[in-house]
Design a binder for this molecule. Structure first.
Ligand code: SF4
Ligand code: SF4
Length: 231
């Protein structure tokens, strides 16, 4: 028998963890295991998961501190399963994704035109986003700045810039709590199950911001060893 630990929560109780035992079986996914545990051990266990084929993005959870799609992750003995980070927990592993959807509105990350042919492969890759929020949950900046737009919204804005039309509204919208707040750590890229690379998109967005007349506000606070005081 193997054992996983699951973080439990509902609005009436403090968060707790329970250990659940299951027989090892090749190919068993975490989502299948959660269904089995719910059907056999605890009907109150709550989690999301619709398509079971890495398309809907609804089953993402944290496993040992890393975001994973439950429908593709193969559980191991001793795994600790938690809800996605930086989200309000509704019950057990179910989270409210309203906040991440709001980042799309705040960053004005919406499609504006048909893609131009030369960028079609890049846009196609971006379009494969399944809204799983794994990148958002992997981002360490969210721990210190809850208003950071996050990788999910920023990579969407970059997609818009590939459309080949004016998008100054989006570039304006990502200057505060956006491109310059990213540390370029790459955790979002490592977490994405779809092979999307938000870190590189954010670096490209910085270039586009400079082309639009913006500069890195962090430079304004650096002295570079020079004293500009008038005496
Ligand atoms: S590269 Fe930037 S957006 Fe991605 S996880 Fe790191 S800080 Fe967050
Ligand atoms: S960019 Fe990748 S990790 Fe982020 S929401 Fe989309 S599919 Fe998920």
């Amino acid at each position: 028998m193997s054992k996983i630990k699951i973080k439990r929560f509902d609005s009436r109780r403090e968060p707790t963890s329970i250990d659940m035992e299951y027989p090892l079986k090749d190919g068993l996914t975490l989502l299948s295991l959660l269904h089995k545990l719910k059907n056999t051990l605890d009907p109150s266990l709550s989690f999301s998961g619709v398509c079971r084929s890495s398309v809907c993005g609804s089953c993402s959870v944290m496993v040992n501190g890393k975001a994973q799609l439950a429908c593709s992750y193969k559980p191991c003995d001793g795994d600790y399963i938690e809800p996605l980070a930086y989200h309000t927990v509704k019950r057990d592993l179910i989270v409210d994704k309203t906040k991440t959807k709001k980042t799309l509105i705040d960053s004005k990350a919406w499609l504006q035109s048909e893609p131009i042919a030369t960028n079609a492969p890049k846009i196609e890759l971006q379009s494969s986003c399944i809204l799983c929020d794994s990148c958002f949950s992997a981002c360490p900046v969210m721990a210190v700045n809850e208003n950071f737009l996050g990788p999910f919204a920023l990579t969407r804005v970059y997609k818009n810039t590939l459309q080949g039309e004016q998008n100054s509204e989006s570039i304006d919208a990502i200057q505060t709590n956006g491109v310059w707040d990213c540390t370029l750590c790459g955790e979002c890229t490592a977490a994405c199950p779809q092979g999307i690379d938000p870190k590189t998109d954010i670096m490209n967005l910085r270039s586009k911001s400079v082309q639009s007349g913006y500069s890195d506000p962090n430079f304004a606070n650096m002295s570079f060893g020079l004293d500009f005081t008038m005496g």
